[in-house]
Design a protein around this ligand. Structure first.
Ligand code: PAF
Length: 283
């Protein structure tokens, strides 16, 4: 596996790979790789001849009270895991490479509307940080395909919107959430969960499964279902930020005729904030 730390090194290596019949797939990550990330890389390998993975803990997407400084860093293990799944190139830029004039001075890529609801209400600067860094990474790597996990469902829709709005010739593929045996969605932040918090954490997905069951039974009182789910999370020991049933295509509030839905939730167990979602097709 090749390693590039600068855009110049990346281009130098990748110029040999850009051939008419060969596609390049890209998996952006913040490292501390788990089985969910490796599933993204496996998907990338299946759809493209070459796979580039980036590891960059992006300061711009963390709020002032968030865990940027303590975000887990496990580069050696990440490199070994990426070699196991046969990634072709690891891009490891530093902050100066992606933010030459500093994070506060950068051009911002913003997806209006979608960036301000749900996660955006609780983390107001988060999505501008995500779309800005992903646009920079796309410009550096220039992939044919980029692969994202469905666990960050709102992020996935934002990236799709950004790519369409900015006419980026990149196909966005998504991969289903990988879960622990008890249902907890894999996430780098799960490493913060200890003892009782880890036990509570699995109840987030269970609550979403219950929401799915109620919707599939024909109930359409969305506000009532959301309230019951919030209560269920509180009883399990969470401090819940939201449970929200939305239209899957654009995260708008669903009307009576909408059948493709997604239920999204964010809740804090101990000091660890978790998000998860479940797709529901009521046709
Ligand atoms: O999902 C993530 O890990 C990050 O938000 C991403 C897409 C790598 C951007 O920093």
């Amino acid at each position: 596996m090749h390693v590039a730390r600068t855009g110049a090194q990346l281009r130098e290596q990748m110029q040999h790979w850009r051939e008419p019949d060969s596609r390049i797939a890209f998996v952006p990550t913040m490292g501390n790789l788990h089985a969910g990330h490796l599933q993204l890389v496996r998907h990338a390998k299946a759809v493209a001849g070459r796979v580039v993975v980036s590891i960059f803990v992006n300061p711009m997407q963390f709020g002032p009270q968030e865990d940027f400084a303590r975000y887990p860093k496990t580069l050696e293990a990440d490199q070994a895991a990426l070699m196991d799944v046969d990634a072709d190139l690891l891009f490891l830029p530093d902050v100066a490479e992606l933010y030459p004039d500093g994070v506060g001075q950068t051009t911002v890529v913003e997806v209006p509307g979608l960036n301000a609801i749900l996660e955006g209400e609780h983390r107001p600067t988060h999505f501008n940080g995500v779309t800005t860094v992903v646009a920079k990474l796309f410009n550096q790597v220039q992939p044919d395909i980029a692969v994202f996990g469905e666990k960050d469902y709102q992020q996935l829709l934002l990236i799709r919107r950004m790519v369409a709005d900015l006419c980026m010739p990149i196909r966005i593929d998504s991969v289903a959430t990988v879960r622990e045996p008890d249902g907890l969605a894999m996430s780098s932040r799960n490493s913060y969960l200890a003892g009782a918090d880890r036990m509570i954490a699995a109840q987030l997905y269970q609550t979403l499964l219950d929401v799915q069951g109620i919707l599939l039974s024909g109930e359409r009182d969305f506000a009532g279902i959301e309230q019951a789910a919030l209560l269920q999370l509180a009883e399990a020991g969470f401090t819940a930020d939201y449970v929200s049933i939305r239209r899957a295509s654009d995260l708008a509030r669903p009307g009576p005729g909408d059948s493709e839905l997604v239920a999204l939730a964010a809740a804090v167990a101990g000091r660890t904030r978790l998000i998860d979602n479940i797709r529901i097709s009521t046709v």
